[in-house]
Design a protein around this ligand. Structure first.
Ligand code: TXA
Ligand code: MG
Length: 432
């Protein structure tokens, strides 16, 4: 059995990246059409994608190295949630603080019931063990980017490292078909944090995972870029009133529409509340590239940011992550005379108006105007600017309520916007 070497001097291991095409993995058979909340089965195909998915399932059952796999939100780093040794492998690979609990990923409600009812008592009595507060939430948002807190049952078979000292565990059923099929194939709940090295931006492509964890894990399933781009919303329905512990792919407004959830409170830190974070992970440095991130509040005029950049003689390479109002770098007038312009970047001698000047290189990435495009590209943009070696990244903030007049579904828009600003506030060393 392959097991991770916990010594920091350990030789790097060979990391294989296996491509999987969601169209080619195999056949799903439902008991109710297109319904993953009722029993369903998966038969892998004989194609390369089917074989690669099987190889990943096999590794999750037999190796102590975690496996990276795509979900709709971000790439996860999965391990058998029942095995302490396997879950410890996640903490080792990520260098994650040991008091930050993990989300358990499931592919069916029966899998969740087996976790909640380890002694089979409810099953024998025919009683439901999923707390009723979650009924409507699950039927509306699962599978999808929502994680719910559940009580750790007496005699729990989950590895203690999953809940990391909490009396609860978080569970979610992802909607990404590769993730669902993988869990269904190994018939194991998978503990899976985001597959980045601790403190780094979450990975939204297999290449991001390779960058952070190559040489530290054996297997990465490459299913292409994630569609949502920010992590799941984490909710606690075990307290009264229920609480949102982390904003994510499902919006607060969407959750408020669910019976029993009208009075849901916000228990994460943002500009509107000073509550301490109750998801342990939210207190750590997070989502951060190597470069210092300067977050501009929404509607900060570009001219104000540009003046800062121009007058900062200490910083010679600057990254810009723009979305709705900031201009294309090649159209910047006044303070800069681009000597060289190529896609998204300008080299310039900057005259700062005090008679002084300094050389500056600016790399600009346009995330797009739509909130969901911004969410999808956010972590990738931060990572790309880091790879270009910029010293400081200026990010154009967006309204937490989403884009007015958006063509997108309003709720999805608000969810993505709140999550984007939450992640940026955590990544930023300065907010202007
Ligand atoms: O979208 C997602 O949720 C991704 C993908 C891979 O599914 N996963 C993810 O995991 O973001 P991670 O470990 O990066 O974030 C999990 C968050 C942390 O803030 C953690 O503190 C919180 O969920 N959490 C997990 N279990 C908890 C518990 N029992 N009580 C309170 N917070 C918990
Ligand atoms: Mg994470």
């Amino acid at each position: 059995m392959a097991s991770p070497n916990t010594e920091s001097s350990a030789l790097p291991i060979y990391t294989r990246t296996l491509p999987v095409d969601p169209e080619q993995i195999g056949t799903i058979t439902f008991t109710k059409p297109n319904n993953f909340l009722s029993p369903w089965t998966f038969t892998p195909s004989t194609s390369d994608s089917g074989a690669n998915l099987l190889a990943a399932a096999d590794a999750l059952q037999s190796s102590l190295y975690p496996v990276a796999f795509p979900t709709e939100t971000v790439y996860g780093l999965g391990a058998n949630a029942f095995s302490s040794a396997a879950v410890q492998g996640i903490y080792t690979a990520k260098q994650r603080p040991s008091d930050n609990p993990l989300i358990v990923h499931i592919s069916s409600l029966d899998m969740l019931r087996r976790i909640l009812d380890p002694l089979g008592t409810n099953a024998a009595n025919g009683t439901e063990c999923i707390p009723p507060i979650y009924n409507h939430l699950i039927s509306t948002f699962w599978p999808g980017p929502l994680s719910i807190l559940l009580p750790l049952p007496t005699g729990s078979k989950l590895a203690p490292e999953v809940s990391a000292g909490q009396p609860t565990f978080a569970a979610r059923m992802p909607i990404n078909i590769l993730a669902l099929a993988l869990i269904q194939l190994c018939q194991l709940p998978l503990a899976a944090p985001s597959a980045n090295a601790s403190t780094r931006p979450s990975p939204t492509t297999a290449q991001h995972v390779t960058h952070d964890l190559g040489g530290r894990i054996e297997l990465i399933l490459d299913g292409g870029p994630c569609t949502v781009g920010v992590e799941s919303t984490v909710v606690d329905g075990l307290c009264t009133p229920p609480a949102i512990l982390r904003p994510g792919g499902i919006s607060i407004d969407q959750i408020r529409q669910i019976p029993g959830w009208q009075d849901v409170t916000i228990a994460y830190k943002d500009t509107t509340t000073s509550n301490a974070p109750r998801a342990p992970g939210m207190k750590y440095k997070h989502y951060s590239p190597t470069a210092a991130v300067v977050l501009a509040e929404p509607n900060t005029p570009w001219s104000q940011i540009w003046q800062r950049i121009v007058h900062d003689n200490t910083c010679k390479t600057v990254g810009i992550l723009r979305s709705r109002t900031w201009p294309d770098i090649s159209s910047i007038q006044g303070g800069v005379a681009p000597s060289q312009c190529f896609s998204g970047s300008a080299s310039a001698t900057v005259y700062n108006g005090d008679g002084g000047h300094h050389k500056l290189q600016v790399f600009s990435i346009a995330l797009g105007r739509a909130t969901q495009e911004i969410a999808r590209g956010l972590f990738a943009g931060l990572r790309e600017l880091d790879l270009l070696g910029v010293e400081r990244i200026y990010v154009e903030g967006i309204s937490e309520r989403g884009e007015q007049g958006s063509d997108d579904d309003d709720n999805d828009d608000g969810a993505a916007a709140a999550a984007v600003m939450n992640r940026l506030r955590k990544a930023a060393s300065e907010v202007v």
